[in-house]
Ligand binder design. Structure first.
Ligand code: FES
Length: 198
């Protein structure tokens, strides 16, 4: 069972405020920029708001940021909508982004996609009913040498196959955190058969 959440149906909270701890972080972020250039703090403030707000940014949060930075709300919206790492509607606790661009596709991303859809019972753009997973299809995440790969929240899981993908999902469902990085014998992006003799 899954729930589709098109943007039009998003219930926007009436207000947002940075919590006490994050207000100190806001000050630290602002201190990194000259006062007249404080608009440069927009990306880190959006990121901070998203992390505080269960991984999505509400319109109310954007208004607060526009006030802090003395920017028109539309400027904040322009940036938040440009970068796909900002979620403008609620997502599950684990945001599972599957790369399906050519290198990942050639290395089996179709299998990864079907493993995720089958195991979670949802399609791209949907969230599981327990709110634990949202599934998204994304373009290249820059880890092509370890294709196929997915990003789950802040972490990359690489060198995947159907079995390792299912295991990762099951581990998360059980409450443990699977080890990020290559799920093969590789520790990085070295050749699969170790070093090539030259
Ligand atoms: S194509 Fe998937 S990470 Fe580059």
């Amino acid at each position: 069972m899954s729930v589709r959440r098109p943007a039009a149906e998003v219930l926007q909270p009436k207000s947002f405020s940075f919590n006490e701890k994050n207000l100190l972080v806001v000050d630290t972020i602002l201190s990194k920029y000259p006062k007249e250039k404080k608009a440069s703090a927009l990306l880190p403030l959006l990121d901070l708001a998203q992390r505080q707000n269960a991984n999505w940014i509400s319109t109310a949060a954007m208004k607060v940021i526009s006030e802090i930075l003395s920017l028109p709300l539309i400027k904040v919206l322009e940036v938040a909508t440009f970068y796909t790492m900002f979620n403008l509607k609620p997502v599950g606790k684990n945001l599972l982004q599957v790369c399906t661009t050519t290198p990942c596709w050639l290395r089996g991303s179709d299998d990864i996609v079907s493993a995720c859809k089958k195991k979670l019972g949802i399609d791209f753009g949907e969230t599981t009913q327990d709110n634990k997973f949202t599934l998204l299809e994304v373009e290249c995440l820059g880890a092509c040498s370890n294709a196929p790969m997915v990003q789950i929240n802040d972490y990359f899981y690489e060198d995947l196959n159907e079995d390792s993908m299912i295991k990762i999902i099951e581990d998360i469902q059980k409450g443990s955190k699977p080890k990020p990085g290559p799920q093969s014998k590789r520790t990085g992006s070295e050749p699969h058969n170790n070093r090539v003799k030259v």
